[in-house]
Write a protein that binds this ligand. Structure first.
Ligand code: NIG
Ligand code: FE
Length: 393
């Protein structure tokens, strides 16, 4: 089936623009008065609307904007319960701490597969309606072999981007025996979870796992064919970023407290820094300065980090708006980070851009430009979504 989306007022391609178009320093490869041809699950053609080829179905975008589907490279969507009371207390001045994770562990262990599955699919629908077409999902609220295996298995039903995060925190039954828990994670738990996962992750932070423990977890995962990504420098500075770069991690996520050495190491590496504006928003922590990072040459992504503790938003447009206002990104940089940046953080070359041969994951906005995503925060601006060439919204 060939579908032509034409009369696009502003097309964000994130791809090199044709020679006759002035690109300037636009990271979004923007085209005006453009059209996109979808053939099956792929993009077949991109160019001026006036030159558009024929198709079996034509969609008139009426001068509005089209962007690539958002690539949300960090989420924790398989869990039971919520922590609304914890959020309320935080808004009254209580500090966020990693230990809150344990209350979600209890609720998750108590939930059936079907309860978790229904919840998970609900979050995915919510995300799709807001323009997200690819989602990475982590385990990490099971923290025993059987429950972690359930979480990665359920995640693998809905995405190829599954992350084993058995090393999220040390569970209560291993209190003061962190090294014994790491032995479980790198042994029996990894054996059970690796077949369902692509990624290995660890929360390298005070209150979670030390640098030597984090190294053991990541190296064990790598030895099993998983690729590393790291949660680090969320609650304070630490050596997690350096470890991530040393091990060639695809991404280090959070980076709320980065040192100059961290920035230098990231800028000279293949490791993406995934910013999570929803976390600083809902934990009242300082926003990292994305301007400083981008100017230093760091590749950045934006993700929602949807989870019941530190960031319970599933809205990429909301995170873009916050990144623009509070992290000093331009709108173009933020949209690029939420699409091509997310793809880089997942080491994917088939998504995050609109170019021939890539997956047909596209979002038609209700607005004439992508700027409205930050300019009209909280307003539902997604009109239509195609995922793998199929109209999904
Ligand atoms: O990415 N940092 C660790 N993990 C999650 C928070 C999990 C929770 O509080 O439940 C995060 O922010
Ligand atoms: Fe996280």
């Amino acid at each position: 089936m060939r579908i032509l989306i034409t009369n696009i007022g502003e097309l964000t391609t994130n791809a090199p623009v044709p020679e006759h178009v002035e690109a300037g320093d636009d990271p979004c490869g923007t085209l005006h008065d453009a059209a996109v041809l979808i053939d099956g699950d792929r993009i077949a053609w991109v160019g001026p609307a006036a030159d558009a080829p024929d198709a079996e179905e034509t969609i008139d975008a009426e001068g509005r904007a089209v962007i690539p589907g958002f690539v949300d490279s960090h989420s924790h969507l398989v869990f039971g319960g919520d922590r609304a009371a914890e959020f309320e207390a935080r808004m009254q001045g209580q500090k966020y701490a990693a230990g809150g994770i344990r209350s979600t562990v209890a609720a998750t262990r108590a939930a059936t597969d079907d309860e978790l599955r229904i919840r998970l699919r609900g979050f995915l629908d919510e995300m799709l309606a807001q323009g997200t077409t690819t989602v990475e999902i982590k385990s990490g609220y099971g923290l025993d072999v059987a429950t972690e295996e359930r979480l990665v298995r359920l995640a693998a039903e809905v995405t190829p981007e599954v992350t084993f995060l058995g090393a999220h925190v040390v569970p209560a039954e291993y209190a003061d025996r962190g090294d014994d828990y790491v032995a479980l994670v790198t042994g029996e738990m990894l054996d059970a979870c690796a077949p369902h996962a692509k990624w290995i992750d660890v929360f390298c932070e005070t209150g979670a796992f030390t640098v030597p423990q984090s190294r053991r977890v990541l190296e064990a995962g790598i030895a099993r064919g998983l690729q590393p990504r790291v949660h680090a420098s969320q609650l304070g500075p630490g050596e997690g970023v350096q470890l991530a770069v040393e091990l060639g991690a695809a991404s280090i996520d959070h980076g709320t407290y980065l040192t100059e050495d961290d920035v230098t190491a990231l800028a000279g590496s293949e490791t993406v820094l995934t910013l999570l504006p929803g976390v600083e928003f809902s934990t009242r922590q300082p926003y990292p300065d994305a301007r400083r990072l981008i100017d230093a040459g760091v590749t950045v992504a934006i993700a929602c980090d949807t989870n019941p503790g530190s960031s319970f938003t599933s809205s990429m447009p909301f995170c873009i708006a916050v990144a623009v206002r509070d992290m000093r990104m331009t709108v173009a940089e933020a949209i690029h980070a939420a699409t091509a940046g997310g793809a880089a953080a997942l080491r994917r070359t088939d998504i995050g851009r609109i170019a021939p041969g890539l997956r047909a994951d596209l979002v038609l906005l209700k607005s004439p430009s992508r700027v409205h995503l930050a300019y009209r925060p909280g307003v539902p601006l997604v009109d239509a979504v195609w995922k793998d060439g199929v109209r999904a919204v």
